[in-house]
Design a protein around this ligand. Structure first.
Ligand code: SF4
Length: 384
């Protein structure tokens, strides 16, 4: 009984999401834009028999245009913006001797956990919104200012691996000063796969290829590895090294890779020893919080991803019978990074343009206005 009830509710919700999308696509006054996240483009292929971890974005972009989307932007671009902002925060705290650690803020499952179970740590989280919300917010500001359509008529859809991202899009402060939501609708990999199936589009045998749209089209090796546990911390450290004038690849970050529940390493940057922790899976959060409370090690950067394996293990992705599926996706993504021409976030040409023409500087006034949000103490007693 319980299961049937839950499943029916899920199916109904999915149906209403898809009918909302259709309504918007059929409305001639609406300009419907999509954003495609790195973990989405590297996992949707699984449902179509494409080798695990393959970047399917050229096909999905073309399929989305066929369905009626006007533009398809890369959430990887916004991941690079988040990485630049978070590393600027880390550098600032290094310059000012704290407070530490900087906790990453891209994982919605982690934010929900922190607000409910350890709100005493909220002041340490990076104040920067997740890539999904950054892209949404820029769609209705930076992008809107470059076209002849008002933000009220832009409908922004995020294609994500994550069910929790639906709630994130509905948070009270994820909107602009006029009340326009950054992201109007979130669709998971599962939902888009079934939409494509219904339209008779089989990605495996689909031979039309598209590219992401300006001005938010480029991504980097850094924004790809962010989809895997440890990748965000690695990307932030590359960027921080660059900001203090050091070689981003001189520090050895291999210990941050792999599927262990807790990964620890130390690096020397700017003559200072930094202790880094990566929490892989929400159940491991108490381990690291206890270590921080004990005060034996001072951590400078802590990455938390709620889903084991990171976003490539997200709850909105088709289930697989292959026990090594997440590992395979991770390996493929690291190989994309290794062979990427541009591996670091600050080198993303669209990110450079965004800062030089619009934001001016990381953590600046415009970044604060568009990207900073407020955590809420929602303390709840733990029952597990
Ligand atoms: Fe969502 Fe899981 Fe990624 Fe967190 S790790 S953002 S909960 S898919």
């Amino acid at each position: 009984g319980q299961c049937i009830k839950v499943c029916t509710a899920g199916a109904l919700k999915e149906k209403s999401n898809i009918s909302l999308l259709k309504e918007q696509l059929n409305n001639p006054n609406k300009h419907v834009v999509a954003q495609l996240s790195p973990s989405f483009k590297h996992t949707i292929g699984d449902g179509f028999g494409i080798s695990s971890g393959t970047d399917t974005s050229p096909k999905i972009i073309s399929a989305l245009k066929e369905i009626g989307f006007s533009k398809v932007f890369s959430t990887g671009f916004a991941s690079d913006v988040n990485i630049v902002e978070t590393s600027a925060d880390l550098k600032k705290r290094l310059d000012e001797n704290g407070p530490f650690p900087v906790f990453t803020s891209t994982c919605t499952g982690w934010i929900n956990y922190a607000e409910k179970f350890c709100p005493e740590f909220l002041g340490l989280l990076s104040p920067c919104k997740s890539p999904q919300q950054i892209l949404g917010s820029l769609s209705k500001s930076y992008y809107e200012e470059s076209i002849d359509i008002s933000r009220e008529n832009i409908f922004s859809v995020a294609l994500m691996p994550c069910i929790a991202k639906k709630d994130e899009a509905n948070r009270f402060d994820m909107k602009d000063e006029y009340g326009n939501k950054d992201v109007d609708l979130v669709l998971t990999v599962n939902e888009v796969a079934s939409l494509l199936n219904k339209k008779g589009i089989d990605l495996n045998n689909y031979s039309k290829f598209g590219t992401f749209d300006k001005p938010m089209k480029s991504d980097t090796g850094s924004s790809r590895i962010k989809a895997v546990t440890g990748g965000l911390a690695e990307a932030i450290l590359r960027n921080t090294a660059h900001m203090i004038g050091e070689d981003p690849f001189s520090v050895d970050l291999k210990k941050l890779r792999g599927m262990d529940g807790i990964k620890l390493t130390s690096v020397v940057l700017g003559g200072k020893k930094l202790n880094i922790a990566v929490v892989n899976g929400i159940k491991n959060v108490p381990v690291i919080l206890d270590m921080i409370k004990d005060g034996i090690t001072e951590f400078h950067l802590v990455e938390v991803m709620a889903c084991p394996g990171g976003c490539v293990g997200g709850g909105g992705i088709p289930l697989s019978e292959d026990p090594d599926i997440i590992q395979k996706r991770a390996e493929k993504i690291y190989s994309y990074d290794a062979s990427s021409e541009i591996r670091c976030s600050w080198e993303n040409p669209d990110v450079k343009t965004l800062y030089s023409e619009y934001l001016k500087e990381p953590l600046g006034e415009e970044s604060q206005r568009l990207f900073h949000f407020h955590y809420k103490n929602r303390r709840t007693k733990r029952i597990f």
